[in-house]
Design a protein around this ligand. Structure first.
Ligand SMILES: N[C@@H](CCC(=O)N[C@@H](CSO)C(=O)NCC(=O)O)C(=O)O
Length: 217
């Protein structure tokens, strides 16, 4: 039988990176299984028949799907391992979930920047920039998105960093200059090995996205 924990993933997936970061934060050993999304494995189709998407965490043979749900599962199953990813206080937990959900909207706008053009791309850029402005404001003078410690909302958002370069090149934006607090926060998160070893090189991501764009444009 496979190992206790397996992760069906794809190296360039922002959603998969969330799960890699959470597993690394908890020091959980696991079997990494790279999926070819143009030729999905039987295992993926069986483990996530509804969405047929990665990431899927397989724990004792049982699948958990949807990145933010998987991160919460990891926090609860390995709750005796430091650090906690979500606060125990219900109100603070609700705030962390609010911001992780908000991040998904920024991801969606970023994806549309990368795979549309003209008017549609401009609209996506506006939504994306508006989203980053909200995060820059939410950060304020705090070190992390929801307070003094790194956690769930940071894990949800920080994978996007590895696409900033591609988004700047393809979307003709300057994220580094426009959002100094956000960039300082990224650098703070990247000091954690759990983050730096889970995110691929931004230039490699750019090359991959350019290649994919050629195929779909
Ligand atoms: N809401 C989900 C999104 C996962 C997803 O889009 N996965 C993509 C790869 S990353 O962009 C995927 O598996 N796509 C395969 C397909 O759409 O066929 C989550 O949070 O886990």
């Amino acid at each position: 039988a496979g190992s206790e924990v397996e992760l069906l993933d794809f190296w360039a997936s922002l959603f998969g990176m969330r799960v890699r970061i959470a597993l690394a934060e908890k020091g959980v050993q696991y079997d990494y299984k790279e999926e070819n999304l143009t030729n999905k494995s039987q295992l993926l189709l069986e483990m996530n028949p509804v969405h047929k998407k990665i990431p899927v965490l397989i724990h004792y043979g049982k699948p958990i799907c949807e990145s933010n749900i998987i991160v919460q599962y990891i926090d609860e199953v390995w709750q005796n391992k430091y650090p906690p990813l979500l606060p125990s206080d219900p109100y603070l937990k609700a705030q962390a979930r609010f911001w992780a959900d908000f991040v998904d909207k920024i991801y969606d706008a970023g994806r549309r920047i990368l795979n549309t053009k003209g008017e549609e791309m401009e609209k996506a850029k506006t939504e994306f920039i508006d989203g980053l402005k909200v995060l820059e404001g939410q950060l304020g003078e705090k070190p992390y998105l929801t307070g003094e410690s790194f956690g769930y909302a940071d894990i949800a958002m920080v994978p996007l960093y590895c696409r900033f370069y591609a988004l700047e090149m393809i979307g003709k934006m300057n994220i580094e200059k426009e959002y100094p607090k956000l960039i300082a926060w990224v650098k703070r998160c990247m000091e954690r090995e759990s983050v730096s070893k889970s995110l691929p090189d931004p230039h490699k991501v750019y090359e991959f996205l350019l290649e994919r764009q050629k195929k779909i444009r």
